[in-house]
Design a protein around this ligand. Structure first.
Ligand SMILES: C[S@@+](CC[C@H](N)C(=O)[O-])C[C@H]1O[C@@H](n2cnc3c(N)ncnc32)[C@H](O)[C@@H]1O
Length: 405
């Protein structure tokens, strides 16, 4: 009953200042109804499907455009879309506060969650209580993470301030960076250069870059800065990309290294098909020979890259749904699988060559623990690095070793 009253009051109170400041008409009942449905549809898409922020945006944009009397300008649409996505990321926080069970199962509950998100007072109030001595449960509520994941992260980041920074970052849209395939390409003026052939742009311009015709024609790729940095460890004439997927890393290597041979393999043949079509699309920028293998037979590689299948926790900010779908009880299985693939990769390296193991995971179980499972007696360690999840790039781990016997 009380919840019902709160719902009614909130739904028929003009939306709080930031959004209403962008609205040019007051919302009459029929528009409110479509707004509530829209909220629910979006939440549903984010919650129940494996949607990425990028894949949900076109849906949002289409729906917002179909309500031109509410969302008159691009600014309105962008503002609303960004808030919907963030509110969805933070839905544990708001559901906890409202006593709702997740996921919200009605238009009204979805609308309530967005309303609370737009109401900064609650965020401020919770922030104050968090600054005292928060329990892991407080962190789970405030940052909207399942407690099981908070516990795992707490082991890696025992200092609360560090842990809070990671959780906060995962709740914010990640920066967008691009890596040039065509070295002569001059990127749009809203990007800034941060490394050779790597540029960043504000997250708010992500839809603009995805529509850019030079992106569509393959002159550049959207690739995280830290992911591009991992590629710097890959070197040698004959390279094997053992978990090539659709080729995010392969293409980076192929457009950078001259006159090398890069063999690509993945257990998932559909992903390899995607890789083959990406290779054809950007063939004029590829400087090495790239072969897509149906099986790996050679064991004389100068370098084997193992970009293993992991939880992807270092890139969860780009997948609003991932933290809810991930089951921590799967970690031992993931660790064993990653260890097996790393052993397989190592067996393909020739004497004097190197293995480059990397993941986009924050979890020790998929990084340091995998490396610790290996017998390194014929190897010498070259490097081990954690690229932190931060405002610059996603969370990555890389371990590099040279085969000495
Ligand atoms: C993190 S993704 C690779 C992403 C890719 N390197 C990129 O940069 O776009 C991990 C890949 O490992 C593949 N994989 C899983 N098990 C494998 C195995 N036993 N052997 C080879 N590839 C495997 C998955 O199909 C998936 O494409």
């Amino acid at each position: 009953m009380i919840l019902g009253i709160v719902l009614l009051v909130l739904l028929f109170t003009p939306l709080s200042t930031p959004l209403s400041a962008h609205l040019h008409t007051s919302l009459h009942t029929s528009l409110r109804t479509s707004l509530r449905t829209l909220l629910h549809t979006t939440f549903d898409t984010l919650i129940r499907t494996n949607a990425t922020t990028t894949s949900v945006l076109p849906l949002l944009s289409k729906t917002l455009r179909s309500n031109p009397s509410i969302f008159q300008s691009n600014t309105d649409r962008k503002y609303f879309a960004d808030n919907l996505i963030t509110a969805s990321n933070l839905r544990i926080r708001y559901s906890h506060h409202l006593g709702l069970t997740l996921p919200p199962d009605s238009d009204s509950e979805s609308a309530l969650i967005l309303n609370l998100h737009l109401n900064d007072e609650l965020n401020e109030e919770m922030k104050i209580s968090l600054s005292l001595n928060p329990s892991l449960k407080d962190l789970s509520n405030y940052y909207s993470f399942p407690i099981s994941i908070i516990k795992i992260l707490h082991k890696i980041y025992p200092q609360h301030e560090e842990l809070k920074a990671i959780l906060e970052t995962t709740n914010s849209p990640g920066p967008i960076s691009i890596r040039l395939n065509d070295p002569t390409y001059i990127p749009p003026s809203y990007t800034s250069k941060i490394a050779d052939k790597v540029y960043v742009l504000p997250p708010s311009l992500r839809s603009q870059i995805m529509k850019n015709t030079d992106y569509i024609s393959g002159r550049f790729e959207v690739q995280d800065v830290h992911s591009s940095k991992v590629l710097e460890y890959v070197q040698g004439n004959k390279i094997l990309d053992l978990c090539a997927g659709r080729g995010g890393k392969t293409l980076g290597i192929a457009c950078t290294l001259n006159n090398n041979t890069i063999d690509c393999y993945d257990i998932d043949k559909d992903r390899l098909k995607g890789l083959s079509s990406r290779i054809s699309k950007i063939s004029q920028y590829i400087k090495s020979e790239v072969n897509v293998l149906s099986e790996v037979t050679d064991n004389d590689y100068d370098c084997v890259l193992v970009d293993g299948p992991c939880s992807s926790s270092g890139v969860w900010r780009r997948w609003p749904n991932a933290r809810w779908e991930f089951n921590v009880s799967k970690l031992p299985e993931l660790e064993q699988n990653l260890t097996d693939i790393l052993v397989e990769g190592m067996s393909r390296v020739k004497k004097g060559g190197r293995i480059v193991y990397c993941t986009c995971s924050l979890f020790k179980e998929e990084n340091e623990d995998v490396v610790r499972n290996i017998d390194w007696k014929d190897w010498s360690k070259v490097n081990e690095r954690r690229f932190p999840l931060n405002d610059e790039g996603d969370g990555f781990y890389v371990y590099v070793a040279k085969k000495i016997k």
